[in-house]
Design a protein around this ligand. Sequence first.
Ligand code: 13P
Length: 248
Amino acid sequence: MTQRRPLIAANWKMNGSCELAVQCCETLSQLPASNTEILICPPVIFLNDFPKSDRYQLGAQNVSSEVSGAFTGEISADMLAAAGASYVIIGHSERRALFGDTDTLVLAKTKRAIAAKMTPIVCFGETLTERQQEKTMQVLAQHLDAVYAAHPELLQHSVIAYEPIWAIGTGETASPAQAQAVHAFIRTYLKKYDDAAASKVRIIYGGSVNAENCAALFAQPDIDGGLVGGASLKPAEFAAICLSAQDS
Ligand SMILES: O=C(CO)COP(=O)(O)O
């Protein structure tokens, strides 16, 4: 890791309970103070089950692209911020694949999050077929362009998550070298939008991160933390992952 502040984010997806929230707080509150930023993104219904703490921040897993109005089932950026979310995950591959989150929506949601003073964690990643066809960088470039080409000013307010779709929930992680190569590509590519912001932006890795494989990933120069799914539902393992980021 580098001079950029490490960020370890838990994406609970549609899992968890208020009991897990309580357990998670207790476990994280025992961690020694450090420079690592810890973030929990539970289903929004549980945001209020987390007591305020300087050990962790809270985030959401999605946000409406609209400000307010007749959008049944949606939650606006201002509402999430008022509920205590300081981050929001945008464009997760599950949203893109299952809920129609297009590049256009990802851009609109990113703008809304920033306008509400939240930090968007904007997710990008290739499918297995795209990787096998050696199209990873091309696909990423296209999706990065969709958000940042016309709006380079958004980059300084963003966190980027690289989540290869073939590594999500499969137990198959990108090797540290594979992940580093893509993170370095993303950082270099982003320099054309804003050189200073590209050096500073945190690029976190997601896809089967666990307590065993995290140290080698976090030791890579362009990997600034992790976006953790399954392993974040086990408080002790998530705490171990957070500790590992402190040591790297
Ligand atoms: O999608 C992810 C985080 O957003 C990764 O999920 P897993 O850690 O369960 O593979």
